[in-house]
Design a protein around this ligand. Sequence first.
Ligand SMILES: NC(=O)c1ccc[n+]([C@@H]2O[C@H](COP(=O)([O-])OP(=O)(O)OC[C@H]3O[C@@H](n4cnc5c(N)ncnc54)[C@H](OP(=O)(O)O)[C@@H]3O)[C@@H](O)[C@H]2O)c1
Length: 319
Amino acid sequence: MDRHARIFVTGHRGMVGSAIVRRLQSGGYDNLVLRSRTELDLLDQRAVHAFLADQRPDYIFIAAAKVGGIQANDQYRADFLYQNLAIQNNLIHGAHLAGVQRLMFLGSSCIYPRDCPQPIKEEYLLTGPLEATNEPYAIAKIAGVKLCESYQRQYGRQYVSVMPTNLYGPNDNYDLANSHVLPALLRKAHEAKARGDAEYVVWGSGTPRREFLYVDDLADACVFLMERGYDGALLNLGTGQDVTIRELAEAVMDVVGFRGRIVYDHSKPDGTPRKLLDVSRMAALGWRARTGLREGIAQAYASAPFRQDNSPVQREGTA
Ligand SMILES: NC(=O)c1ccc[n+]([C@@H]2O[C@H](COP(=O)([O-])OP(=O)(O)OC[C@H]3O[C@@H](n4cnc5c(N)ncnc54)[C@H](OP(=O)(O)O)[C@@H]3O)[C@@H](O)[C@H]2O)c1
C-alpha cells in the first residue's frame, strides 16, 4: 500500500478500528479517512454511498458493527441482524459502486457451526447449525462474508473477510452487563482487590478452553493482509493456542496483584467446552501473533478505564 493511499477505517473509535488506526499510523500511513457515527451514520445507505463516491478511498477496513455479549445478542436479535446487514451492505456495495478495489470485512469466529470439530478450519463454514443465542449476528456476518466473496467472483474485487478469535486490549468493553470473559475477569479481579475481598468469583467450572488474541496483533494481521493482498475469501485470525478459563483467571489475578483465591460459580453455564481456530492458512502466509497472553493482559490492564487509582500492574509473572 502506498503510504499516502486513502484508507477508510470504519468504527475507528471501537476496539478493533482504533487498533487498526494505531497500526496504520505507526506504519507511516498518513491519509486516513475517519468518521464518527454522528458524522456518518453507516445505517444510512444514501449518505454512505454519497460519501464513498465523494471520498473514493483506495482501501476500506470494515470494523464498524453492532457488537455485544451473549445476553445483548440474544435480547436484541432484530437490532443485531438488521444493523449489521445494513452497515455491511451499505459499505460493501457502496465501495463497489465507488470503484474501491480493496476492502477487508471483519467477521467473528461465532459464524462457525456450534459443534464443529476443533481446531476450526475455514472450510467448516455452513456445515452445521449455529449457536442459537447469537444466530442473528452470525447470519449477518455470514452474509457479509458471502457478499465479499461474490463481489470477488463476479467483479474481480479484492474484498476479503477475516474471522478473528476472542479479542482483548485497549478500548475493550468493560461494562459487566455485556462484556466478554477476559475484560469481565480483569474488572472483577481489580474490584475484588480494591475492596480487599478474600475471594474472586469466576463463572462456570473454569474448564472450558478458549483462545485470545491481543487486538494490536489482530490489527497487524489485517494490515499485513491488506499490504500483501489475498485472493481467497476467508481467513481465520488467532494465536492457534487456547487456555482454560482457570488458567486465564489465574493470569488475570497475577497481573492485577490480587492475592485472594478463585471461587468457581458452577451455577453459571460453561458454554461450549472448546473453541480454537485453525490458523494454519495465515501461518502459511508468514504471519503469526507476537503478544503472549500474560503480556497482553498486562497491557490491557494498564490501559483499562476503570483503573483510575493507577494501581500497579504486575508485568512479570509471579507463578
Ligand atoms: N471484540 C471481539 O472480541 C471481537 C472478536 C472477533 C471479531 N470482532 C469483530 O470486530 C469488529 C469490531 O468489533 P469491536 O470489538 O471493535 O466493536 P466496538 O468496540 O463496539 O466497535 C464498533 C464500532 O462500530 C461503530 N458503529 C456501530 N454502528 C455504527 C453506525 N451505525 N454508524 C457508524 N459507526 C457505527 C461504533 O461506533 P460508536 O462508537 O459510535 O458506537 C464503534 O466505533 C466487529 O465486526 C466484530 O464482530 C470482535
